[in-house]
Design a binder for this molecule. Structure first.
Ligand code: GLV
Ligand code: MN
Ligand code: MN
Length: 416
């Protein structure tokens, strides 16, 4: 690599401005974003992103699940492109950086290469994956899961949100059901920049997390069926209260995850009482469970112990609890050669770094099952994410984008 290339830096101010420019799409009063996948706000940011990619000379293709692929030609078009990117959808109370940083940093990498007149050997391809977050449609990361063949596109298109709208209908509503078949845009490898979404880098004063692994995920849908009855006249021993049952399940999830800590987490994130009324004992409650660990044996134990605890609670309370495992994602071990490439780039640029396990799920975890993938993390304030207060510094975002760019240059190859 020539000195001009090894000294290349992205434009920190331009990246920062871009992050804030797109933060108007779905902006919330508390300074975060509400940009649910395939919503009108998602359409706005997608339209912006498409125009920005085209202005940077990229050819944009959209697959039938709405994933956006923006290709920059390389010298040798017989080589598969090096993929980079992330997602532009957010949680209902999301921040400005989760997913956005990795997607817009990928655009910044291309803009920097364009300005410097650098051509890579292999092409490079920016990707904005559809529905990384999984809050409107389950499972999360559905476009990358279909890309690697974990689900058929037809299955994904038929998934419904809480209002009964299918993915197909939501794609059509915003004009993002593309024509490129899922998987048609080949990628040779994939690198994703993301905020850590946890406290480790900040606490250890490290600028870069070299992500070598990721937690596995278990997602469940649950339904408790008790018996609706009068809140005033039904004596306590005669009640079959679905919500009181859920409160025990919530505590069981917490107890089981803590028991396997620090390598396990467990959360009940959604609970919906059917026909709620102040003076009716809840008869039916739907809920979700999210359990994670980087250790496959611990994931098995979490599943076993959760089912055991729920069976005991249900019998004792004389209610029915249906628990359905809707998604199981095994732990990820990122490709060692790509992880080394990320570490080498961080070293070469002089940033402090450490290896790290991702607590969150990412499209890269799906991609890594079929092609080499790796991730770069940067710190976020107080480790807070999936929150409107999510924050990161301009310097850290720029450092992450520089590591992303130099990793991509190594993988795509540049003339000496
Ligand atoms: C994605 O944001 C996840 O749930 O980890
Ligand atoms: Mn994310
Ligand atoms: Mn997220």
């Amino acid at each position: 690599m020539s000195r001009a290339v090894s000294n290349l830096q992205i434009d920190s101010a331009r990246l920062w401005d871009t992050i804030h420019e797109t933060a108007k799409f779905g902006a919330t009063a508390k300074g975060g974003l509400r940009r649910l996948t395939l919503s009108p706000e998602d359409k706005e940011v997608r339209d912006w992103f498409r125009r920005a990619c085209e202005a940077a000379g990229l050819e944009v293709r959209i697959d039938t699940l709405g994933a956006m692929f923006a290709l920059r030609k390389g010298r040798d078009m017989s080589k598969p492109p090096v993929g980079l990117g992330s997602h532009l959808d957010t949680q209902p109370t999301g921040g400005k950086f989760d997913g956005v940083l990795g997607t817009l940093a990928a655009l910044e990498v291309v803009r920097t290469l364009n300005d410097a007149g650098i051509e890579t050997d292999a092409p490079i391809c920016i990707v904005n994956w559809t529905n990384e977050e999984g809050s409107r449609f389950a499972p999360a990361m559905m476009a990358s899961a279909a890309y690697v063949g974990d689900f058929t596109p037809e299955d994904i298109l038929s998934r419904k949100d809480a209002e009964g709208v299918t993915v197909a209908e939501a794609l059509d509503a915003i004009g993002y059901r593309g024509t490129s078949p899922v998987g048609a845009q080949k990628l040779g490898c994939f690198v994703e920049l993301h905020i850590e979404q946890g406290p480790i880098l900040e606490a250890e004063h490290k600028t870069i997390g070299v992500v070598d692994s990721g937690q596995g995920v278990l997602w469940y849908d649950g339904k408790i069926t008790g018996f609706e009855s009068h809140a005033g006249s039904t004596p306590m021993p005669l009640r079959r209260d679905a919500l009181a049952t859920l409160s025990e399940i919530v505590l069981a999830v917490e107890t089981i995850a803590r028991k396997h800590g620090p390598n396990a987490v467990g959360t009940v994130g959604e609970a919906v009482i059917a026909n709620p009324s102040r003076n009716v004992i809840p008869g039916e409650v739907a809920f979700t469970v999210d359990c994670r660990s980087a250790d496959g044996a611990i994931m098995d134990a979490l599943d076993r112990e959760l089912r055991g605890a729920i069976a005991e609670i249900a019998t004792r309370r004389k209610v029915e609890v249906a628990l359905k495992l809707i998604w199981r994602k095994p732990p990820t071990h990122f490709n060692p050669k790509l992880v080394d490439a990320v570490e080498h780039a961080a070293d070469m640029l002089g940033y402090s770094h450490r290896r790290i396990t991702s607590g969150a799920g990412h499209d890269s975890c799906n991609l890594n099952t079929k092609l080499p993938a790796a991730m770069v993390f940067v710190p976020c304030k107080d480790g807070v994410s999936h929150n409107e207060l999510e924050d990161a510094t301009q310097a850290d975002c720029a450092a992450g984008a520089n590591v992303l760019m130099h990793t991509v240059l190594t993988l795509a190859g540049v003339a000496a």
